[in-house]
Design a binder for this molecule. Structure first.
Ligand SMILES: Nc1nc2c(ncn2[C@@H]2O[C@H](COP(=O)(O)OP(=O)(O)OP(=O)(O)O)[C@@H](O)[C@H]2O)c(=O)[nH]1
Ligand SMILES: [Mg+2]
Length: 593
């Protein structure tokens, strides 16, 4: 199927032509027929002599309904441009052609309508002059008068040639731009629209933009015929589950999930038609029109911030309009549907330099280079990389991320440096905390830290953080001396554990003692009792020499220690399975007595 939109000044005969070509009534509303004027979009279809089925989207010419006009033209790849022979090229003719040009519509037929009334040759010549330099320059022109019954055969032949010259739609996943949504008694919600790319099948799940959520296709009709599958380009009606018409009104889109950049912010190139685009504008894309804030970035590029999300891909065309005017303010080409925030000083200038180099053509290597690191899924959504495309040279792919080779080695070097710097500054806690590493390197995802560490044979990440494989925990010199003293005293009297006050006086803090325990210089028993690790074996040896079982006071004597040390030590020995309680008074060494 081929879908063709009409365009042209009010009253130039668009609907009359569609009626004559299809035998169907494009003006669906009583008010339209009463006023002899199209207000909303109309739909009609026919089969041409070459067998091509053509669906028309008939648009209003009156400037008051420009939003409807653009919603009709937006998703359609070809146009039937109508200029009345008696009035010639008019204001809305220009405005519509500006819009088509901005959208890059390059295929169409020029109908010089009402040929019975005026001077078709001069109207045609005038139109050709106006079209020169636009995307529609040189299209075939046919004088026609449905009223006099002349030229319709020639017009049908020209349309047949148009269908043969039309390239296939871009190879992209399905996106249906919705232009109507209503409830049908007993069937639920039905939406109609132009399927501009991809194909749809009954049972498919689709993402609804902008309202969010997923819907499943219950049934498909195309030109009032039920089908199981439909391919772009086509007019389709979908019967949907689980969505209300209000949530999927004109301007909504249905897209294959995870395959489109659904975004409310984008950087674009502007083909400016007015002096400068307004700061507040309407973005027309597909059947949608969305309020946007325009922030110029450089000579011909800008950041658009949309009132709601739209599904786009890199290279997509759209147009900006001043809400107070009919004419096109600027045509836009999407350069980046996932633009970086412009928070830091100088970010806007740097960004405009980056944008100047972008073409709107998908280029995975450039995407990765400019972004440094990007999720593969995001490149797929932006249309910058196909599922099977090779990675750019030297890029590293890990955990769903693609990282530029240069950035990766910068991160690796930066990590090694940060680890060493941290270890030098925190000799007692030499492991760099992961959160600090992520912050310091500016990693967009903590999972990338694990990947970086895995790549560095000399580094490990564990409970202590990221550190060199052989981690040396060092104490400040004063604390080390105090610890050495203490260890010396404990070597002579293993169970004479120092009191808290003594430790403090010696300058040994909890932190220092923690390091000593971690290094294995000391063991810590309940109640802040510190002993040398070999004191445990010494205790077992001495208690084994006692007659079994023994009392607590016999044990204290054997160890030459006090209750303060003995009680936690007994608990520790029990815990380690060296001793056990016999009754409330007695203990014995396991394996003895
Ligand atoms: N004499 C003559 N009148 C025509 C011809 N085609 C259309 N008309 C008349 O022109 C008027 C406008 O025709 P429409 O087809 O409604 O024009 P339109 O372009 O669809 O108008 P809008 O949708 O409102 O922009 C009607 O009164 C038609 O009868 C023609 O070939 N010859
Ligand atoms: Mg009309």
């Amino acid at each position: 199927m081929y879908v063709i939109a009409t365009a042209g000044h009010v009253d130039h005969g668009k609907s009359t032509l569609v009626r004559a070509l299809t035998g169907m009534e494009p003006d669906r509303w009583a008010e339209e027929r009463r006023r002899g004027m199209t207000i909303d979009l109309g739909y009609a279809w026919t089969t041409l002599d070459n067998g091509a089925r053509v669906a028309f989207v008939d648009v209003p010419g009156h400037r008051r309904f420009i939003s409807n006009t653009l919603a009709g033209v937006g998703p359609v790849p070809a146009v039937l441009l109508v200029v009345a022979a008696d009035e010639g090229w008019c204001r809305q003719t220009s405005e519509h052609v500006d819009a088509l040009d901005a959208l890059g519509v390059g295929h169409g037929v020029l109908a010089i309508s009402r040929a019975d009334l005026g001077y078709p040759e001069s109207a045609e010549e005038e139109a050709r002059d106006h079209l020169a330099g636009t995307s529609l320059a040189g299209i075939e022109a046919v004088p026609v008068s449905p009223v006099a019954g002349t030229g319709l055969g020639e017009l049908r032949a020209a349309l047949a040639r148009l269908t043969e010259a039309l390239p296939p739609p871009p190879d992209r996943p399905a996106r249906l731009w919705v232009d109507r949504a209503f409830s049908v008694h007993g069937a639920g919600t039905v939406v109609t629209g132009t399927l501009a790319t991809g194909s749809l099948r009954v049972g498919d799940e689709l993402e609804v933009v902008p309202s969010g959520g997923r819907v499943r296709i219950r049934g498909i009709e195309t030109l009032r015929t039920p089908v199981g599958e439909v391919r772009a380009v086509a007019r389709v009606a979908l019967n949907l589950r689980a969505v209300r018409p209000d949530d999927i009104a004109r301007g909504s889109a249905l897209v294959v999930p995870d395959q489109w950049a659904v975004t409310a912010s984008m950087d674009v190139r502007l083909a400016v038609r007015t002096e400068r685009p307004p700061a507040q504008a309407l973005l027309h894309i597909g059947s949608a029109s969305v309020p946007v804030r325009v922030r110029p970035l450089g000579a011909d590029t800008a950041r658009l911030t949309l009132a709601g999300p739209v599904p786009v891909r890199i290279g997509e065309r759209a147009l900006l309009r001043d809400p107070g005017r009919v004419g096109v303010a600027a045509g836009v080409v999407v350069l980046d549907p996932f633009p970086p925030p412009l928070g830091r000083r100088g970010a806007a200038r740097r960004r405009s330099e980056e944008l100047a180099a972008m073409t709107g053509a998908p280029d995975p290597a450039a995407e990765v280079r400019v972004r440094g690191a990007v999720r593969r899924a995001q490149l797929v959504r932006a249309g910058a990389i196909g599922g099977g495309d090779a990675l750019p040279a030297r890029a590293v792919e890990t955990g769903g991320w693609i990282v530029d080779g240069e950035m990766w080695s910068r991160w690796r070097d930066g990590l090694a440096e940060a680890v060493d710097r941290w270890a030098a500054a925190h000799p007692m806690r030499p492991g760099l905390p992961p959160a600090a590493a992520v912050r310091e390197l500016g990693l967009p995802d903590g999972a990338l830290l694990d990947a970086l560490v895995r790549q560095e044979p000399g580094l490990v990440a564990d409970r202590d953080g990221v550190h060199r494989r052989r981690m040396t925990v060092t104490l400040p010199p004063g604390a080390q001396r105090a610890l050495d003293d203490l260890l010396g005293r404990l070597a002579a009297r293993p169970f004479a554990a120092p009191e808290a006050g003594e430790l403090a006086e010696a300058g040994l803090t909890e932190g220092h003692l923690g390091v000593a325990v971690k290094r294995g210089d000391l063991v810590r028993l309940a109640g802040g009792v510190y002993l040398r690790p070999d004191a445990i074996d010494e205790a077992v040896r001495r208690l084994s020499a006692l007659p079994q079982p023994f009392t607590a006071s016999e044990a204290r004597q054997a160890l030459a220690t006090t209750r303060r040390v003995a009680l936690p030590l007994f608990e520790e020995l029990d815990r380690r399975g060296h001793t056990r309680r016999v009754d409330a008074r007695l203990r014995s060494v396991n394996g003895r007595g």
